[in-house]
Design a protein around this ligand. Structure first.
Ligand code: PLP
Length: 430
């Protein structure tokens, strides 16, 4: 596929037609296993001397088309699809760090990722050092000999300020530390590999799937990070793997390209932990991916219009959207999101928590759900839902005030979205 354009790759990369039936749409290969041609072929597949299908926990042709498509669209070399975004975040880190190691992560993370890092991975012996992303040098200061990766989100909510990808990637690369970017909120809008990220992950549940019907995740290997340059920094890729006849991943798959990271994630972590995406979900997500470029443009345009509209309303004390940022945050918005700023908008109601509840209860078009990135417009009042278990101080620390409302603006006609917001604001008062 000669094109470099994500709009074209979204329709064509990774698949032309089915070899047997000539089907154009990617079929759902709903099979667990694949018959070997011979005992020699079976042995070669298991030894990675030949690449081919063995068992759907580790690979599947429907999922493979999705993986190739996403890798091509992102400008990476290989991808691993997984059962959820959570599995993708966990694998992305566990593929480099083991007990006694640490990662340095931005404080501005999705709550599920925060929990995974602060509790579950910590209990497994992997420490996360959280640093404020407004100072890229904080990543360097938190680094020591056991730091295996940096981790951040491109456009974290609720703050919606873009992460300084190039600045932090440039600190890590000379030290042998890859930057892993969660680009869930900004597919196509931000291109993390172009700014030096080594690995990109997504919750496919959001914009890439786009229709609110399937949970999924993916890790994409950019293919430009030199995992061998500092072997002691990345022991899991440079030391013999006792679970695979002593394979050294940076050497074992060299003839196949710069895919040591993603191969290990597949044949070690996916083999052992088993968070496989179902072929049916891969098919549904592929349908979403085909139109994601068009949808992202509509999400960006509508969200910008919503941000402008909210600024004109007297019930609203603050609008949170990249277009409203100032100083360094505004500079990073221009640098990383020159053509659109994503589909998320936050705002604060003067009337506090009570107004927030009234606003949500009055919505007629927007759905009240704990999701983002659906083609439909969505809203949530974090103080009474996702963040209700936190104390008031903890809520403030995560950027959630009592009157804070988060919107994930969809692709409906903008007039209908604004009309629904206007009538709900009238009802919320303040
Ligand atoms: N990363 C981000 C930025 C998210 O918003 C989410 C889910 O909300 C996840 C990761 C986790 O993805 P999933 O729900 O598919 O497990």
């Amino acid at each position: 596929m000669a094109s470099q354009h994500p709009e074209t790759l979204a329709l064509h990369a990774g698949w032309r037609r089915d070899a047997a039936t000539h089907a154009v749409a990617v079929p759902i290969y709903q099979t667990t296993s694949y018959q070997f041609d011979s005992t020699e072929n079976a042995a070669n597949l298991f030894a990675l001397k030949e690449l081919g299908n063995i068992y759907t926990r580790i690979m599947n042709p429907t999922t493979d088309a999705l993986e190739q498509r996403l890798a091509a669209m992102e400008g990476g070399v290989a991808a691993l699809a997984l059962a959820s975004g959570q599995a993708a975040s966990a694998f992305a880190v566990q593929n480099l760090a083991r007990a006694g190691d640490n990662i340095v992560a931005s404080t501005d993370l999705y709550g599920g990722t925060w929990n995974l890092f602060a509790n579950t991975l910590r209990d497994q012996g992997i420490e996360t050092r959280f640093v404020d992303p407004s100072d890229p040098e904080a990543f360097r200061r938190a680094t020591d000999d056991r730091t295996r990766a940096y981790y951040a989100e491109t456009l974290p909510n609720p703050k919606l300020r873009p992460f300084p990808i190039a600045e932090v990637a440039a600190i890590g690369r000379p030290l042998g530390i890859p930057l892993i970017m969660d680009n869930t909120a900004a597919p196509l809008v931000v291109r993390p590999f172009e700014h030096g990220a080594a690995v990109v992950m997504y919750s496919l549940t959001k914009y890439l799937g786009g229709h609110g019907n399937s949970i999924g995740g993916v890790i994409i290997d950019g293919g430009t990070f030199d995992w061998e340059a500092h072997p002691s920094r990345q022991p899991l890729l440079n030391e013999p793997d006792r679970s695979y006849h002593g394979a050294v991943w940076t050497q074992a798959v060299k003839p196949l390209g710069p895919i040591a990271y993603i191969i290990r994630a597949r044949v070690v972590l996916l083999r052992d932990l088993g968070a496989a995406l179902s072929p049916f979900n891969a098919f549904l997500i592929l349908q979403g991916v085909e139109t994601v470029a068009l949808r992202m443009k509509a999400h960006c345009d509508n969200a910008l219009a919503v941000a402008k509209f909210l600024r004109s309303r007297r019930e609203v004390t603050r609008v949170i959207h990249p277009s409203t940022l100032t100083g360094l945050d505004a500079e990073w918005t221009r640098k990383y999101m020159p053509h659109g700023q994503g589909g998320l908008v936050g705002f604060e109601l003067a009337g506090g928590a009570e107004a927030g509840r009234r606003f949500i209860d009055s919505l007629k078009l927007l759905y009240h759900v704990a999701n983002i990135g659906d083609a439909r417009s969505l809203a949530i009042h974090p103080a009474s839902t996702t963040h209700s278990q936190l104390s008031a101080e903890e809520q403030f620390a995560t950027g959630v005030s009592p009157g804070y409302v988060r919107l994930s603006i969809g692709i409906e006609h903008i007039d209908d979205i604004l009309a629904d917001l206007a009538q709900a604001l009238d009802a919320a008062g303040g």
